[in-house]
Write a protein that binds this ligand. Structure first.
Ligand code: ADP
Ligand code: FBP
Ligand code: MG
Length: 438
């Protein structure tokens, strides 16, 4: 997120689409009755400020009459839907991510137990299950009881475009009132098209997103769910590489981590594991000569070197490709294999041993850790509250620790990247000791 993104935001960007008037009393009245405004809770009429520094906020006041702010997440006293008549549905899309089953479980339990919804359906295999005529599964509290301890998604997932009109036909056929889409940037773009198609037909179907991705590339929110679990697992591979490298003669540990266009996993895993000498991310270009000289110096100074590379880093050094995956995401060149070859060739005058570790899918197929488990539950509850209120084409998330409702349009307008001039990258540079540019 750049300052220019913040400055470009308008009040219009922050407005949540509503299906209609809210006239139904919430069944959560007992829970809500005694709540008082505090630093932990704002009522639905309050707003969560976009900015968090006085300088930026003041600057904005000179330009606008009001401070731009997000619609706060949380339960509403009056609902658009009558929960006892609601059929809800869930779909999980895109790459796997720790916590998918936690979100499914929390959605089902919250919808059924807190709100007393009639039915919760699960469409199988991502958007494909909304388009291929297959029957959804009926999700009951019994069915989802133990799923939060497992990685993956019990609903299955997929990549690949589907026709929004066909998917809306499916929702209509199954009398779905609200659809929870659990996915990343691509999924959210698909969700916006679904909401637009429902709106075009005058159908009161709420489409609410829950931000999933290990890459943490969804903007405006503190982080997506699953990200922390993924980088914790990635750090274990770095530690292994460090042990191997520091136990060999001129040992080099090379670790490739996921992260297509955003280097958050590599940056955070570096800070967790420590002992990394060079962290390479998509946002910060490097040269092969710079890296080779750096590794050579580390071997001379300390007898080993550890390099962590995000999969999207150094793509300019690899043959260009226009190939895409079924969702339209560009297929990347294998920077890990490239660096393994380049280090082996470039240091051939030295005795050294190179150990290459690519944990690959292992970092995203694990169950959610404690932190993500809490976040998944709270996101699912926030999503349920939002859908019941009749909000649509929106995503839930936490921003500076507060839950917010955000238009999908805003969530997909930009991407979250490691800021090469920001605190996180500075912390990485301070930890690795690598030069500003390689
Ligand atoms: N621009 C888009 N419009 C509509 N659907 C999209 C768009 N981009 C991706 N999708 C669909 O969303 C689903 C997940 O997208 P993908 O990019 O694979 O994962 P993620 O949601 O994790 O980014 C796929 O079924 C894909 O076809
Ligand atoms: O091989 P797959 O399953 O297509 O996914 C690989 C990609 O999925 C990710 O793990 C996450 O991407 P999404 O959040 O877009 O699904 C990337 O880090 C990685 O490049
Ligand atoms: Mg994506």
């Amino acid at each position: 997120m750049q300052l220019s993104d913040l400055q470009a935001i308008t009040h219009e960007d922050l407005l949540i689409t509503r299906l209609g008037q809210r006239t139904v009393d919430t069944p959560l009245q007992d829970l809500l009755g005694n709540r008082q405004e505090s630093v932990h809770y704002v009522t639905e009429t309050d707003r969560v400020l976009v900015d968090d520094t006085l300088g930026i906020a003041k600057n904005r006041v000179t330009h606008t009459a009001d401070l731009p702010a997000f619609n706060p997440g949380g339960p509403r006293a009056k609902l658009f839907f009558d929960p006892s008549e609601v059929t809800a549905a869930i779909v999980t899309c895109g790459g796997l991510c720790p916590g998918l089953n936690n979100v499914i479980r929390a959605l089902v339990l919250h919808l059924k137990h807190a709100y007393g919804c009639r039915d919760v359906l699960g469409f199988k295999n991502g958007y494909q299950g909304l388009a291929d005529g297959s029957d959804p599964v009926r999700l009951t509290p019994d069915l989802v009881r133990d799923i939060h301890n497992r990685g993956g998604t019990i609903l299955g997932t997929s990549r690949g475009n589907q026709d929004p009109a066909t998917m809306i036909d499916t929702l209509v056929r199954h009398k779905v009132d609200m659809l929870f889409v659990v996915g990343g940037d691509g999924t959210l773009r698909g969700a916006a098209r679904l909401a637009a198609e429902a709106n075009r037909r005058g159908l009161p179907i709420a489409v609410v997103g829950v931000p999933k991705t290990i890459d943490n590339d969804i903007p405006w929110i503190d982080h997506s769910f699953g990200f922390q679990t993924a980088y914790a697992r990635a750090a274990e591979s770095i530690t292994a590489a460090h042990v191997e490298a520091s136990s060999g003669v001129n040992g080099i540990g090379l670790v490739k981590l996921m992260g297509r266009h955003s280097g958050f996993i590599a940056a955070h895993a570096t800070l967790v594991a420590q002992g990394v000498d060079f962290t390479l991310i998509p946002e910060v270009p490097f040269t092969l000569d710079g890296l080779l000289a750096g590794v050579r110096k580390k071997l001379a100074d300390q007898g080993h070197a550890v390099v962590v590379v995000a999969e999207g880093a150094g793509q300019n050094l690899l043959p260009a490709s226009t190939a895409t995956d079924p969702s339209g995401n560009r297929k990347l060149g294998d920077v890990g294999a490239f660096l393994r070859g380049a280090l082996t060739d470039g240091l051939s005058d030295l005795p050294f041993s190179l150990r290459y570790i690519d944990p690959g899918y292992a970092i995203r197929s694990v169950p959610a850790n404690a932190f993500d488990a809490v976040y998944c539950t709270r996101l699912a509850q926030a999503a349920t509250h939002a859908a019941m209120a009749g909000f649509t084409s929106m995503m839930v998330g936490s921003r500076r620790g507060r839950f917010i409702n955000m238009p999908i349009k805003l969530a997909t307008a930009t991407s979250n990247h490691v800021d090469p001039y920001g605190d996180l990258w500075m912390a990485v540079l301070e930890t690795t000791g690598q030069p500003l540019t390689l």
